[in-house]
Design a protein around this ligand. Structure first.
Ligand code: PMP
Length: 400
């Protein structure tokens, strides 16, 4: 009965790793997937995570019971504090509902399904380009997906005018997906002044902000700094969605820890919204896992662990920033034609190189370097040892 089923294509991002794994070359380099690697090219488990896990293991009172549908309460409270700020009036006024979800992706999906059921506008605008999974996540949640202009290939920067125009012509009430910081795949973020203009425009048209925060602390090294755009929207008293992931900033990729927060106008509304979120979650996966959020809560509530985390986070962000500088210098040293300053101007895990599909294919074929076909490279996958190989490949690709 399944003989008619056709082979599905690999995921455009995760498929890069599948191809990489098949390549026997000793010089191969995987810059496809956004996971942090050490200078030695190894995955990193943060020291604070190891410590938190030890604390959890030693606590014999801990059991493996189900969590509530909305997840670990303590984790939800701490997550809201982390993203909205400890002094947020919205927290004090109890106007936020936060539910633990399956990392960033699961938080986006639960938020999308809630909106499709309960919000009067079913259209969500996402930036062009955006993280590839956004489209499917929201379409399958029942929303219709449209784009707003975001990236200008000519300047390799923000198309701010285009963005404002497209937001202005969106229908009143439309949902707008915003990357809180370290936009994926472009590494291009609005300045705080531009965010303020975006906020004013969106509020004047009653557009609903839905923030995707997958890189808090990873962009600038500052948890508060990277959350600034979200806090600007929350401090005006309006509604706001935020999907949080601990994959990158705590290195908890496979633990699938995240949270969806919905900022409402009153605590009464927030509690009704939460009751409906439970109806979205229960038939999907019943309730979320317990180990990951317990790690996060252990770190966030302990002052020493929290401080140590911020240092480890800063070290990861700084290593990425230093890779940008090294790659930029290496291209300059080779006299590679073109302006490569976007490599040091862009922020976060990825550089949107501007290399085209053919150049990417050439680099994979001749240099065994793997990346998504849009020319996005993960800076976290680079090291001082591999920068020269990448610079040689880019140089060869553009001078071919
Ligand atoms: N949003 C963006 C912009 C991302 O880059 C990612 C991860 N690549 C996610 C969401 C979701 O990640 P996760 O589900 O692993 O938290």
């Amino acid at each position: 009965v399944f003989a008619h089923i056709v082979q599905a294509p690999e995921d455009p991002i995760l498929g890069v790793t599948v191809a990489y794994n098949k390549d026997p070359s000793p010089i191969k380099l995987n810059l496809g997937v956004g996971a942090y690697r050490t200078e030695e090219g190894k995955p990193l488990v943060l020291n604070v995570v190891r410590k938190a896990e030890q604390i959890l293991v030693n606590d014999r009172s801990r059991v493996k019971e189900y969590l509530p549908i909305t997840g670990l309460g303590e984790f939800n409270k701490l997550s809201a504090k982390l993203i909205f700020g400890a002094e947020s009036p919205a927290i004090r006024e109890n106007r936020i509902t936060t539910v633990q979800c399956l990392s960033g992706t699961g938080s986006l999906r639960v938020g999308g399904e809630f909106l499709a059921r309960h919000y009067h506008q079913r259209t969500i605008y996402i930036p062009q380009p955006t993280w590839g999974n956004h489209i499917k996540v929201f379409q399958l949640a029942g929303l219709s997906v449209k784009y707003y202009r975001y990236y200008d290939p000519k300047t390799r920067g923000l198309d701010f005018q285009g963005m404002l125009e497209d937001l202005s012509s969106a229908p009143s009430g439309a949902i707008i997906l915003l990357h809180a910081c370290a936009h994926n795949p472009t590494g291009v973020d609005p300045t705080l002044e531009q965010w303020e203009q975006i906020r004013k425009l969106m509020r004047s048209k009653a557009l609903l902000p839905f923030f995707d925060s997958a890189y808090q602390g990873f962009a600038s090294g500052s948890l508060d700094g990277d959350a600034q755009p979200i806090r600007m929207f929350v401090s005006d008293g309006g509604e706001c969605f935020a999907a949080q992931s601990y994959a990158k900033n705590m290195g908890l990729y496979g633990e699938r820890v995240g949270a969806l927060s919905i900022v409402c106008k009153s605590s009464d509304v927030a509690s009704r919204v939460e009751s409906q979120l439970k109806l979205v979650i229960r038939p999907m996966y019943s309730n979320p896992p317990v180990h990951g959020p317990s790690i996060v809560a252990t770190v966030l509530k302990d002052r020493d662990l929290y401080n140590e985390w911020t240092l480890e986070l800063k070290a990861m962000a700084d290593r990425i920033i230093s890779m940008r500088q090294q790659l930029f210098d290496a291209l300059r040293a080779r006299g590679t034609p073109g302006d490569w300053s976007h490599i040091i101007k862009q922020i976060g895990m990825f550089t949107f190189t501007g290399l085209n599909k053919e150049q990417v294919a050439f680099m994979t074929r001749e240099y065994h370097i793997y990346m998504t076909s849009d020319g996005r490279i993960s800076m976290a996958g680079l090291s001082s040892r591999t920068v020269p190989h990448l610079a040689d490949a880019i140089n060869a690709a553009v001078t071919r």
